[in-house]
Design a protein around this ligand. Structure first.
Ligand SMILES: [Zn+2]
Length: 243
């Protein structure tokens, strides 16, 4: 596998994912899809979080250019239009049900690879509204990018709809996220970033934090359920515009 198709999660990927999201990532076990340049596009999360909570949403879009573009499609009403077509087009509905099954199959395999094992609490539950509705295009696009074309018909359509902002063949990473300083650690998550610190104050905090970063990573695994659920979208809820 070359670097642009490997699902293996590296330390550099974790750094990039945290920068893309502006917060530390949790319980990510693989990279679901990569840019042609090798940067992550999709984070793959284990079906059970380290705090024990079942987690049905396996693929999470992380690339800011793509998440913003998908939000534009949603704002334009594409989800309602797709859901209506599912009700009137039996072939599309059947292919979408197959995508749902594929999602469940992939998640089971990821659970096995990551050591999570079976998660019976979410048996038969996928994400994004599958198998009969469209409730989150980010989920469908994440699935399409991870699975490749021809698996999720509505995810593929949404990917095609992104063409004016992003395509699979083009790198749109330059300037898409902040490369300055260290990657967000737990204290630099969205909860504290909103406190109105000046750039100088932020840099001072970062300097202090660099030495503590290792400890923070260890502690992250033991973080509380409340905190995890505050930063990761729960099953079937729509992620915020900037996840
Ligand atoms: Zn790129």
């Amino acid at each position: 596998m070359d670097s642009a198709s490997s699902t293996e999660l590296t330390d550099a990927d974790l750094d990039t994912l945290s920068r893309q999201l502006g917060r530390p990532v949790r319980d990510v076990v693989e990279v679901g899809a990569r840019c042609v340049c090798g940067n992550p596009l999709v984070a793959t999360t284990a079906p059970r979080l380290s705090n024990g909570i079942p987690f049905p949403t396996t693929y999470y879009l992380t690339h800011p250019v793509i998440t913003a573009a998908v939000s534009r499609l949603e704002a334009a009403g594409l989800m309602a239009e797709m859901t209506e077509r599912l009700e009137s087009d039996p072939v599309l509905a059947e292919n979408y049900r197959a995508a749902h099954q594929h999602y469940l199959h992939m998640r089971k395999a990821i659970g096995e690879r990551s050591g999570t094992g079976p998660v019976p609490e979410i048996d038969g539950v996928s994400a994004g509204g599958m198998p009969t509705r469209v409730k989150c295009l980010h989920v469908l696009v994440g699935h399409s990018l991870a699975a490749g074309p021809g698996v999720n018909p509505l995810g593929d359509e949404a990917v095609e709809g992104l063409a004016q902002w992003w395509t699979r063949e083009t790198c749109s990473c330059a300037g898409a996220w902040d490369m300055a300083g260290s990657a967000p650690d737990r204290e630099l998550s969205r909860h504290t970033r909103t406190q109105g610190l000046t750039p100088d104050e932020l840099e001072a905090k970062r300097a202090t934090r660099r030495s503590a970063a290792e400890t923070a990573r260890d502690n992250a695994a033991r973080d509380s359920a409340a905190r995890d659920s505050a930063v990761i979208p729960a099953a079937d809820t729509h992620p915020p515009e900037t996840p």
